[in-house]
Design a protein around this ligand. Structure first.
Ligand SMILES: [Zn+2]
Length: 85
């Protein structure tokens, strides 16, 4: 395999690396709630996409609360059952 004839100076290496910077993605402002979101995606804050409700955030929150309660109930049952079994 080909090898470089001369080693690159630290300056030249640094100059090349000036372009290796992570850039912030362009964000849009939601016309429904005013939060920032990525273009061509559903707003993560209110669940609207192009002026229409795409994901019902309230329903999702309710589901997650129910799941948490269920997990807690299962945990409690396991703790109660553990000494006897
Ligand atoms: Zn929104």
């Amino acid at each position: 395999m080909a090898h470089p004839k001369r080693r690159q100076s630290h300056t030249r290496q640094a100059k090349r690396r000036t372009h290796d910077v992570a850039k912030m993605p362009a964000l849009a402002i939601c016309p429904n709630c005013g939060a920032h979101y990525l273009y061509h995606t559903v707003c993560p804050s209110c669940g609207y996409y192009r002026g229409k409700l795409a994901i019902e955030k309230a329903a999702e929150a309710e589901k997650s609360i129910q799941a948490t309660h269920l997990r807690y109930a299962v945990q409690q049952t396991c703790i109660i059952k553990a000494p006897g079994s």
